[in-house]
Design a protein around this ligand. Structure first.
Ligand code: ATP
Length: 298
């Protein structure tokens, strides 16, 4: 049995309280996980919507439930391969009986978009640059494992107990085993929010690659520097798509460091091969951070 396969009796959670959030397919609760050797840790427990109920209906499983479960298991399998400071840690998956549970590291700081929207201008520029560098390091690690995230955005970054950014939500990620840098994946994919998509991901067939993650990373930097606002907040989808196709992207807030604006101008370019890698981005960001250190903890 792979180490990531665990059993329900090791996981405690209460669906009547401690809900952390709900996504399209899953609800996440705070819970406890017994790691063995008397080690009980706080965890986030992710459960597919309705999967228990659907299972009980005449013993039949609907196609929708099956699809949601498969998505959940593929997310867990992908996550189980990754161990890194800036990547959410998977403890295991319990599928000895329904519902299937994904048990992962608990991040008390919640999602980055909510944090930015709540704290607004109280967050200093040095701290924002730290979030950006940590997310870039997490992404550099994922890409070193040939994993393309495909849904990088502030809502999919969590804040850990010690204030680190953790890249999360690999539900849409795919491992690109043995593929070279230039190759992209062009499978049909589930709905992905438009504002974070690269021009080549809007075409048919949709193209996702390490370079399209880099494009989404620039949108993530925009969110981080603009208090969790997304680009073009009230625009209709068609107009947004036209702008992305032409690479006419929004201006960064005035207060953003010039080096970040310059970096973004190299990322939001039409040809994916012209975009920098996360390795290049990390080197650049490290230099920017050295000039503008984060505030000392009070
Ligand atoms: P979607 O499919 O719509 O992207 P989802 O169903 O995969 O979403 P998540 O986005 O992963 O669900 O989680 C929903 C919410 O639960 C998050 O916005 C976050 O607030 C909370 N959450 C998720 N994972 C954790 C965690 N490890 N620690 C703390 N809170 C979490």
């Amino acid at each position: 049995r792979p180490v990531w396969l665990i059993t329900h009796d090791k996981v405690k959670y209460d669906t009547t309280k401690d809900e952390l959030g709900t996504g399209n397919f899953c609800t996440v609760y705070k819970g406890k996980y017994d790691k063995g050797d008397d080690q009980i840790v706080d965890v986030a427990v992710k459960i597919c919507h309705n999967n228990e109920q659907d299972e009980n209906k005449d013993g039949k499983i609907t196609n929708e439930t099956r699809a949601a479960r498969e998505m959940m298991l593929s997310e867990a399998k992908a996550m189980s391969h990754f161990v890194h400071n800036y990547i959410i840690q998977l403890y295991g998956v319990a599928c000895d009986h329904p519902p299937i549970l994904i048990v992962m590291e608990y991040c008390p700081g919640g999602s980055l978009d909510k944090h930015l929207q709540k704290e607004k201008d109280d967050i200093e520029i040095g701290e924002r640059l730290c979030y950006i560098l940590e997310a870039a390091r997490g992404m550099r690690y994922l890409h070193s494992k040939n994993c393309v995230h495909r849904d990088l955005a502030a809502r999919n970054c969590l804040i850990s107990a010690n204030g680190f950014i953790k890249i999360s939500d690999f539900g849409l990620s795919k491992l690109m085993d043995g593929k070279s840098e230039e190759e992209t994946m062009d499978e049909e994919s589930p709905q992905i929010p438009l504002r974070w998509m690269a021009p080549e991901s809007l075409k048919k067939p949709k193209k996702y690659s390490k370079a399209s993650d880099v494009w989404s990373f620039a949108v993530l930097m925009f969110e981080i520097l603009d208090n969790g606002e997304k680009p073009w907040p009230d625009w209709p989808a068609k107009k947004i798509a036209t702008h992305i196709r032409k690479c006419t992207m929004p201006n960064f807030p005035e207060k953003s460091p010039a080096e970040i604006k310059e970096l973004v101008s190299k990322i939001w370019v039409q040809n994916p091969l012209d975009r920098p890698s996360f390795r290049d981005i990390c080197i650049k960001l490290w230099k920017v951070l050295k000039k503008s250190p984060p505030p000392k903890p009070s």
